[in-house]
Design a protein around this ligand. Structure first.
Ligand SMILES: Cc1cc2nc3c(=O)[nH]c(=O)nc-3n(C[C@H](O)[C@H](O)[C@H](O)COP(=O)(O)OP(=O)(O)OC[C@H]3O[C@@H](n4cnc5c(N)ncnc54)[C@H](O)[C@@H]3O)c2cc1C
Ligand code: SF4
Ligand code: SF4
Length: 345
């Protein structure tokens, strides 16, 4: 019986506007035939012509098997909300200077510790070009580069997991940590748990999945070009940090601060985010956010034995410091409920 393939993915996910843009299908297509085009219709990928299954009747279906948003996987709408299953929640910060950290630098601390101690050999994450702020999915193998890329990329229009193909297939990395927003995390978990032949090399190589809390992400062109460049007359290279705390806060290199109310950004939110109810990345080994913790701390939710192992190791080396009893679950649950209401509309 033929596997479901890109034609089914197109019908169920691309054409219905629920694609998150995570890039997992791009990473696993063995024919490199699924790509993002970066044009104005770039909410979901496109298929470029050749497909092993459709063209040559060779069983494949990797793209469909990895996508967390197909009809087969539509439990994401109802189950992936709230705090998810967890073993521990606490506030923490890096035990060393992380100049560009978004919250407490705890994510960087866990990853730096894992790299320095040989627990992983690469991190797949998202950086941004400092001149254009355009995000890019990258494979990082050096501590200095990890510390330099701390901070959140909100103008996210990058298929995070696309870089996984380079890490696993080209560079033959065997112990990889992935940092991603909840949709990318769910796809990474699908790779780890799937028994599909073409997903197994990816699943074997992924050792740690770190999820960042996420309410929504913005389209790069609409946020940076239309709102920040045209309306506020700020060039991308003049931005030192972007943060979302009830509004978008733009800190500039000349120390001025500008703000945009979130309702003014509604038309910049990516389409696939409207179908997403997962704030806390329930499929991660460790989830991280700012809500629930005091300024300068990261809320960490530890979910799996792997998550416990990586955290314990970072605590032992004092690269990660716990700030005990500082977490407010109410704040996280409130934000999480607000997000899940969106998918019931
Ligand atoms: C799009 C987006 C929306 C978010 N929304 C919320 C929210 O509503 N509420 C909340 O509490 N927290 C939210 N967060 C999480 C928060 O901004 C911090 O990332 C989190 O608190 C961890 O902080 P930290 O200082 O420990 O991380 P850091 O030490 O600064 O490290 C952050 C790591 O994440 C990587 N990274 C940055 N952007 C991305 C991206 N887009 N995709 C994959 N990796 C990335 C960096 O390369 C770095 O490795 C959001 C993050 C993102 C990226
Ligand atoms: S949600 Fe991810 S895996 Fe599914 S079609 Fe979109 S980019 Fe591909
Ligand atoms: S809200 Fe965040 S996690 Fe959900 S689809 Fe959008 S980017 Fe992905």
């Amino acid at each position: 019986m033929p596997e479901k393939n890109y034609e089914n993915l197109k019908e169920e996910v691309w054409d219905t506007g629920i694609c998150s843009g995570c890039g997992a299908c791009v990473a696993v297509c063995p024919a490199d035939a699924i790509i993002f085009t970066h044009d104005e219709n770039g909410d979901s990928p496109v298929q470029t012509g050749y497909c092993k299954e459709v063209t040559d009747s060779v069983p494949c279906g990797a793209c469909y098997a990895v996508c967390p948003r197909t009809a087969t996987q539509d439990k994401f709408r109802v189950e992936k909300t709230g705090l998810g299953e967890y073993r521990d929640i606490f506030a923490a910060h890096a035990g060393f200077a992380v100049e560009k950290r978004q919250s407490g630098g705890a994510v960087t601390a866990i990853l730096v510790n894992a790299l320095e101690e040989g627990l992983i050999d690469a991190v797949v994450t998202v950086t941004a070009d400092p001149w254009t702020q355009r995000p890019q999915s990258v494979v990082i193998t050096q501590t200095e580069a990890l510390v330099a890329t701390a901070g959140s990329r909100y103008a996210w229009w990058v298929p995070t997991l696309a870089a996984l193909k380079s890490a696993v297939i080209t560079q033959k990395m065997e112990h990889i940590a992935i940092v991603g927003v909840p949709c990318a995390v769910s796809a990474a978990r699908m790779m780890k748990t799937s028994d599909h032949d073409l997903l197994r090399p990816f699943g074997r190589a992924i050792r740690l999945i770190v999820g960042l809390f996420c309410t929504e992400t913005f389209d790069y062109e609409m946020l940076i070009r239309d709102k920040i460049m045209r309306e506020l007359a700020i060039e991308p290279w003049q931005i030192s940090t972007l943060d979302v705390r009830g509004k978008l806060i733009i800190e500039c290199t000349d120390n001025t601060v500008r703000e945009i109310p979130l309702p003014d950004l509604e038309d910049c939110v990516r389409r696939g985010c409207q179908a997403c109810g997962d704030l806390t990345a329930v499929d991660a080994d460790i989830s991280a956010g700012s809500v629930g913790s005091p300024d300068g701390e990261t809320t960490l939710i530890v979910r799996t034995p792997a998550g416990v192992g990586f955290i314990d190791h970072a605590l032992q080396t004092e690269r990660l410091i716990i700030e005990t009893d500082a977490c407010s679950l109410d704040g996280i649950i409130h934000l999480s409920q607000k997000k899940s209401e969106r998918i019931h509309k």
